[in-house]
Design a protein around this ligand. Structure first.
Ligand SMILES: C[S@@+](CC[C@H](N)C(=O)[O-])C[C@H]1O[C@@H](n2cnc3c(N)ncnc32)[C@H](O)[C@@H]1O
Length: 221
């Protein structure tokens, strides 16, 4: 997995839109769904929040929503913290560095966007899903987005072509080509369904698809 420290953290915001087709749309579709399903007062758990994009996208949808912003990279969280300060959002945000404790929070919804594909399927993906499960109220939703196993022989190559078209450099393309092969742990739909079932979530419904990237929502049982 990329380290998400130092330069990788500093340059994250300027790079991510060229690496994930539909990155902005994905966040807008999450926003639309939360505006539809959440009450006026709600606590939103953001797992792997990085530099805080989810909060920046959602904070103005409802002034009473509060956020738990969790990540394992202190460098990403430092940028998020600065962003929240600049926008006067700090009072609505709890920053959580490191893994979640079981049952530490009782969130009304959980987001885990572009995170789980970096976690190996050696027990660690299951552990991550279980930790989200135990910090979410029963009956509430998890919205996630991940790179999935390719469903056609030309999907990955097409993704790289699209990334070039939206501004990725040749060097960036080569790095991404390597990363797609070596730094991600994508699931297929069947394995994802098994992990969701094992960790206590319902089966998933897709709300977003941009070549390899899928956005999915499921419910904590
Ligand atoms: C591609 S960024 C996504 C950030 C943000 N969700 C977004 O949509 O821009 C992935 C983030 O996941 C974090 N991460 C990786 N493994 C994690 C884990 N096991 N638990 C929590 N965060 C993790 C990384 O530190 C990084 O900040």
């Amino acid at each position: 997995m990329p380290s998400f420290t130092q330069d990788e953290a500093t340059h994250y915001d300027s790079r991510i839109e060229r690496l994930v087709p539909g990155y902005q749309l994905l966040h807008e579709l999450v926003q639309a769904q939360l505006q539809t399903v959440l009450p006026a007062e709600a606590q939103i758990l953001i797992v792997g929040a990085g530099t805080g994009k989810e909060v920046l996208q959602l904070a103005h949808s409802n002034p009473h929503w509060t956020f738990i912003v969790q990540d394992v990279s202190d460098d990403m969280l430092a940028i998020a913290d600065q962003n929240f300060t600049n926008l006067g959002l700090s009072e609505r945000v709890t920053i959580h560095s490191g893994p979640l404790e079981p049952g530490q929070y009782q969130a009304d919804v959980a987001l885990c966007l572009l995170v789980m594909h970096f976690v190996p399927d050696n027990g660690a993906k299951l552990e991550l899903l279980e930790s989200i499960h135990s910090n979410l109220k029963p009956g509430k939703s998890l919205l996630m987005a991940d790179l999935m196993k390719p469903e056609t022989l030309f999907e990955r190559e097409s993704q790289l072509k699209h990334c070039r078209a939206i501004g990725l450099t040749e060097v960036g393309e080569e790095r991404m080509r390597y990363n797609l092969e070596h730094e991600f742990y994508p699931l297929d739909r069947i394995r994802l369904a098994e992990l969701l079932d094992e960790s206590g979530f319902s089966s998933a419904h897709m709300f977003f698809k941009a070549l390899g990237f899928s956005g999915l929502t499921c419910v904590r049982q």
